[in-house]
Design a protein around this ligand. Structure first.
Ligand code: ADP
Ligand code: MG
Length: 262
């Protein structure tokens, strides 16, 4: 497969929204797995101290001696932190709970915003895509992710106050673009947990499309129990239940991301 970016390097996409529970991690796991299933090599970076992407892919956090935390502090070689999964073409940079301390520990360090970018540099030639699953805040971990990324993907839950906080997120993106990473662009906005039975969900879709225009992915992810069950089995939904709506729609999303390669 050719590389999606021109430089023979991974296209790096941060999945970010400072709101919790909007499906950042669900999207990170499932989009990564669906792209890996097309034969592209994918690295998923768990940048959330909660480590949900790590456990959701069946990796036992207690058994890890190095993680993204050590990468950020410059205490481990990136190659040594990569975990290869049972899933073909998909690797993981796992998070452990000590990542929570990194926000504070990084504050006094030089190049504190560029730590993740530097750590990923030597890995970029080995993958087609690198996804970064961000924590639910706009702190230094998310700033590191946005500084390391070419693109940001913003999941938005089809619920009350869907657009709340989005202005602040976009301000942060602009700040990062001005000061840290001029290349950063919006990959797209993803509507998640859509329930066609509610008028509210339909209103939210309209509202988000008015706000973001053609930056909204055509694919809308429906509410689907299989998506919420899969992580407890340590699997992406295409492995857990390939026929489920969740599996089908995340594969469609992967196709849209592939369209953006051209
Ligand atoms: P975030 O990473 O933004 O905090 P998660 O991906 O962890 O959000 O999702 C929050 C919760 O919603 C999780 O329990 C997840 O399993 C569930 N969830 C995410 N997307 C869906 C969906 N489309 N249908 C049903 N449940 C979902
Ligand atoms: Mg999460």
């Amino acid at each position: 497969k050719g590389f999606p970016s021109d430089r023979g390097q991974a296209k790096t996409i941060a999945i970010a929204n400072q709101k919790g529970g909007v499906a950042k991690t669900t999207t990170a796991i499932n989009l990564s797995a669906c792209l890996a299933a097309t034969g592209r090599r994918v690295l998923l970076v768990d940048a959330d101290p909660q480590g949900n992407a790590t456990s959701g892919l069946g990796v036992d956090r207690d058994g890890l001696d190095v993680s993204v935390y050590d990468l950020l502090l410059g205490e481990a070689q990136p190659e040594r932190v990569v975990v290869s999964l049972q899933i073909e073409n998909l690797d993981l940079l796992p998070a452990t709970i000590n990542l929570a301390g990194a926000e504070v520990e990084l504050v006094g360090m030089k190049d504190r915003e560029f730590r993740l970018r530097s750590a990923l540099q030597s890995l970029r030639g080995r993958y087609h895509y690198i996804f970064i699953d961000c924590p639910p805040s706009l702190g230094l971990l998310t700033i590191n992710a946005l500084t390391a990324a070419d693109r940001i993907l913003i999941p938005i839950q089809c619920e009350y106050y869907a657009l709340e906080g989005v202005g602040q997120l976009l301000q942060t993106v602009n700040l990062v673009r001005r000061r840290l990473n001029p290349q950063l662009e919006l990959e797209g906005v993803l509507l998640t947990m859509f329930d066609a039975r509610t008028n509210l969900a339909i209103q939210v879709v309209d509202e988000v499309k008015n706000y973001f225009g053609d930056k909204v992915f055509r694919t809308v992810i429906p509410r689907n129990v299989r998506l919420s069950e899969a992580p407890s089995h340590g699997k992406p939904v295409i492995a857990y239940d390939p026929r489920s709506r969740g599996a089908i729609l995340y594969q469609e999303l992967a196709q849209e991301v592939i369209e953006h390669e051209e």
